[in-house]
Design a protein around this ligand. Structure first.
Ligand code: NAD
Length: 313
């Protein structure tokens, strides 16, 4: 039987590109996009869409039954910077949507779950260079606490109920098809837009704040690779470290200047600096490489070329 896949939060930065990639791979009509708002025109035109609140279990159950869904990708969440402004809303959305999906799988209404975690699970006591898969995790943000708790619950549902849940700790994701949704690494997207429109950008992080980052194509490829891997190869049921590159605002500015020499950056750090300071500089993703053959393809230079070329079109 052909599998049907439901994407929750499909209109966001990752969900949009994930929907395109899954539709290309499995066929437009087998991938059901859903969100609490409509997405961009090309997403809405590319296949079935449902207005669906991921925190509403009954509505979710109905859609799963109607489309005979076998896999759910849960991309709905409140991101790091926004979550600091609305702590309880973030906690309720991030946790209740996860419980809903895990419980659907526990009740055997779906077979497989993808849920993204984040480098925000780490905190200032975590070794910040080449952060290991298993290490101290004392997140200081609402978002990080929700992701760390989510990881423990995923692991619990796998061990207790045999739920096939798979997860990646995404680094900051860089993409040009949609705008970012309120995270601490959003600067690394805004900077390319500003480089093309005004040739100047004021960064909300300090120039030497190095963070783990990844181009969206790598993130989508990793997600599909993990979801297609044999279950016995998935040794980690909390969430996998994943890495591609690490850079500071000064380094991304340099890389833009190599293509736009009169681009200028200034720095005016805000509350997001404290969040960024608590996160790792770089990530050790050797477990993902060993278990399911992960390897990144985009470095900073290639990312800058892709971003500027596509945004200029
Ligand atoms: N973008 C990144 O750099 C990054 C990094 C690490 C982890 N992640 C994680 O990946 C996932 C997706 O992130 P994103 O960047 O695409 O976020 P985003 O903010 O761009 O998109 C989230 C989407 O969820 C939708 N949504 C909000 N509440 C909802 C609800 N109750 N029901 C259904 N949909 C709802 C929003 O309308 C939005 O379209 C999140 O779990 C996020 O924590 C993202």
């Amino acid at each position: 039987m052909q599998k049907s896949i439901l994407i929750l939060g499909a209109c966001g930065q990752i969900g949009t590109e994930l929907t395109y990639a899954l539709r290309e791979k499995y066929g437009d009509n087998t991938i059901i996009a859903s969100d609490i708002r409509e997405g961009n025109e090309s997403l809405m035109d590319s296949g079935p869409f449902e207005l669906l609140d991921a925190t509403d279990y009954n509505a979710l159950e109905e859609v799963v039954a109607y489309y005979e869904i076998s896999e759910v990708y849960l991309m709905a969440a409140m991101l790091s910077a926004t979550a600091e402004k609305f702590p309880m809303r973030a906690w309720n959305l991030n946790m209740n949507s996860l419980f809903n999906v895990l419980n659907l799988a526990k009740e055997k209404k779906i077979d497989k779950v993808f849920w993204p975690s984040s480098i925000a699970v780490f905190g200032s006591n975590t070794p910040s260079e080449n952060t290991p898969q298993n290490t101290i995790m004392e997140p200081s943000t609402v978002y990080g606490i929700s992701k760390q708790s989510g990881e423990r619950w995923c692991n619990y549902y796998f061990n207790k109920y045999g739920v096939d849940v798979r997860s990646i700790r995404y680094p900051g994701l860089i993409s040009w098809k949609t705008m970012p949704g309120g995270g601490t690494t959003d600067y690394a997207i805004e900077i390319y837009h500003k480089a093309l429109t005004s040739k100047t950008y004021t960064c909300f992080l300090e120039k030497d704040t190095k963070l783990p980052m990844m181009f969206m194509d790598d993130a989508i490829r990793a997600t599909l690779l993990l979801m297609e891997s044999d279950s016995e190869d998935i040794k980690i049921r909390s969430s996998y470290n994943l890495a591609a590159m690490s850079f500071s605002p000064e380094e991304i500015a340099d890389s833009i200047q190599s293509r736009i020499p009169d681009f200028n950056i200034t720095y005016d750090p805000d509350f997001r600096q404290e969040i960024a300071d608590s996160w790792p500089n770089s990530i050790d993703d050797s477990q993902a490489r060993i278990d399911w053959g992960w390897k990144s393809e985009f470095d900073l230079e290639k990312t800058t070329a892709e971003m500027l070329d596509n945004l200029a079109k």
